[in-house]
Ligand binder design. Sequence first.
Ligand code: ADP
Length: 263
Amino acid sequence: NEDLEHKVEERTVELNRANTELRDRVGELVQMENWRKKWFTHISHDLKTPAAVAKGFIDAILDGKIPDDQTGKYLIKVTERIQTINRLVRDLNDLSLLETGQIRIQPERHDAGPFFRRLIAKWTDPISLGGRAIIVEENGQSAQILADPHYIGRAVNNIIENAVKYSPSDSTVTVSIDHEPDRVVFRVIDQGAGIPAESLPYVFDSFYRVDKSRNSSIPGSGLGLSIAREIVRLHGGDIGVELNAGHGCTFLIALPVDGSEEA
Ligand code: ADP
């Protein structure tokens, strides 16, 4: 009898465990399904809005509601909306390829200081910064890193573009390259409004935009930082954000120093 009781007890424990595992799995699937639905809602909304606005402008021109001397101005607005759609489709495609491992990065050995300086060269032109000043600082002895210039260039671009988009036109963007013993840290420090502390953990998530940005006229898909994070992850590096003591925030990309023999 005792033997039977023991077996029943054992079976009950096993069943409970299986039950818990099943519940966890169902929970995960429900979460994934919710996530998928949210993605589709975001994508369709973000594509529908510019398409509807562009169509509205074209209809107004075709219906003769726009004076002839104004059509050029409206066609430029149509082009801008088409560019928004193109950018979103490109970013979605790139993010999906990166996340599913379909993009192979081709890391090459580079001297970190000159490497990052080359990537930011186009931003030292005052026009690309919309009047903002740029300061470039470099500290420490430059070391070798393994990096794919195309993709790290993309990540660097995305964070500088954000620093420009989200800060006033009379402010300064500081770029610093710090050579630490094991890693090189590339920082972009802006003097914008910063990011609410409660939003910080989410800024690298796909489609996440701080409410203020979402409701503003500043264009964006909410994918730039997710793409940057995937690229940095593929390089075995870290990406992060910190709030500055005064105004604005600092985004950083840290890449490991290549300590191999050849370096
Ligand atoms: P977006 O295309 O909207 O700029 P990102 O993925 O690049 O998308 O950034 C996500 C969100 O993080 C932005 O919408 C914005 O709210 C916030 N953000 C990113 N960089 C900055 C910054 N330098 N200053 C303030 N907010 C920022």
